[in-house]
Design a protein around this ligand. Structure first.
Ligand code: URA
Length: 440
């Protein structure tokens, strides 16, 4: 078999066989197929797509490329959640503790931020002492004892995705339905849970910019999950506007704690509660309606916040930062972004907001870059808000004042302010499961 022939086949719109896909993924992971051939293949897939059979074969081959986690040492039904990535998307920090407080074990492996999107592991590491790199046995022990632990993917999980994702990131092939579906689902299948709730983001800050593409992606992923014998459903949630007001690692931990205390932004709370309800229902805790009520009660009675404290303690973090979140790292300098605007915010380029936060040090431009945990943005105005001249759009935080001018310019570009009443937006657009697509 030759990689050249497979590229030729895909370029012409043909379908690759299971054997050809196995050859390609195994060869690329082992370093036998060079980046330039795989890059050509990725671009051919980007334009020609893949059949459901090809996507499933590629996902399974990727999942098998490294360690497959066996979670049977943890009691009960294990349900995982995965977001396709967004700006200000801190829902795992809220949902994990809610679900654990409702009696479902959360053994979660999360990722770091890449590109304009943030990652749960970077956010958690802004809590002093918190360890996200824990040996497998200890991870199981913490989950069994405290009900929840969130760690980074171990070194040898899904190496095929690590290599492919890095190549996609530099060849403009991230926003492809078959490539996102196989990337996300290979990690979820390798992570070993019984059920998977997917949060498929849609809009200007998501990899999928349109609702129809997001639904298509969700359908592909749920088909893969179900055919691999896992329970699987997806919510299509809004990423046309950043979620909540805080963007940046410690800032997002602080905002998540506010939600767990029964305060915080309404959009963030709503999306987190809907996802939590779906996870609880998948773990057979009741109907979606009953599970939503359980999730709300876990915030109200303080048990979800207690679960977060247990998690931080279990993973070596200093719990006083959860009890007093104002102690969390905050960059030394701040800058108010203001202008002579008058009107209503009718559109936000949410990807540009994410890029502005990366420019301040809250994310990485290159994989090896260090994160500044206290850097980021607190939005003062979002979609549909009225802006008067001289009012601040946002406050920027950075450890180096020289970073402000470029980031402020990028952030200003993200806002469209007009004398127009904007349309009302939904937070959750649809639910996709084996039963089909239910639009909200
Ligand atoms: N998240 C992933 O894990 N992979 C993708 O390809 C996109 C988002």
């Amino acid at each position: 078999m030759r990689m050249y022939d497979l590229i030729e086949e895909k370029k012409r719109g043909g379908a690759l066989s299971d054997k050809e896909i196995a050859y390609m993924i195994q060869g690329f992971t082992a370093g036998e197929i060079p980046d330039y051939q795989m890059a050509a293949m990725l671009m051919a897939i980007y334009f020609q797509g893949m059949t459901d059979d090809e996507i499933t074969a590629m996902t399974m081959e990727m999942a098998r490329s490294g360690d497959m986690v066996d979670l049977s040492a943890i009691e009960g039904i294990k349900v995982d959640k995965h977001s396709t990535g967004g700006v200000g998307d801190k829902t795992t920090l809220i949902i994990g503790p809610i679900v654990a407080a409702c009696g479902v074990k959360v053994a979660k492996m999360s990722g770091r931020g890449l590109g304009h999107t943030g990652g749960t592991i970077d956010k958690l590491e802004s809590i002093p002492g918190f360890s996200t790199s824990i040996p497998r046995e200890e991870f199981f022990e913490i989950v069994n004892r405290t009900g929840i632990a969130v760690i980074g993917q171990s070194g040898n999980m899904v190496p095929a995705d690590k290599k492919l994702y890095a190549l996609r990131d530099v060849t403009a092939t991230v926003d492809s339905i078959p490539l996102i579906a196989s990337s996300v689902m290979s990690k979820k299948l390798a992570a070993g849970s019984d059920g998977i709730v997917l949060d498929v983001k849609t809009g200007s800050g998501a990899f999928m910019k349109t609702l129809e593409d997001s639904i298509r992606l969700a359908r592909k992923m749920t088909v893969i999950g179900t055919s691999a014998g896992r329970k699987c459903c997806a919510l299509i949630t809004d990423m046309d506007v950043p979620l909540g007001y805080a963007i940046g690692n410690a800032l997002e931990v602080q905002e998540s704690i506010e939600v767990l205390k029964g305060q915080g932004p309404a959009d963030l709370r709503e999306v987190a509660l809907e996802l939590a309800a779906n996870m609880l229902s998948m773990a057979e805790k009741g109907t979606l309606k009953e599970c939503r009520a359980m999730a709300e009660a876990a915030i109200k009675d303080g048990s979800a916040l207690k679960a977060l404290i247990r998690m931080v303690e279990g993973q070596g973090g200093d719990t006083s930062y959860v009890e007093n979140p104002e102690k969390l790292p905050r960059a030394a300098f701040s800058y108010e972004v203001k202008g002579d605007y008058q009107g209503t915010v009718t559109h936000m380029d949410t990807e540009a907001v994410g890029i502005a936060s990366v420019m301040l040090g809250a994310g990485r431009s290159r994989k090896e870059d260090a994160i500044d945990p206290g850097a980021g943005i607190v939005l003062k105005k979002k979609y549909a808000d009225r802006v008067e001249p001289g009012e601040a759009l946002a406050v920027l935080y950075a450890s180096d004042e020289r970073l402000f001018s470029e980031a402020a310019a990028k952030l200003k570009e993200a806002y469209t302010i007009e004398e127009k009443i904007p349309e009302e937006k939904k937070l959750v657009y649809a639910r996709v499961s084996g039963d089909g697509v239910e639009r909200y």
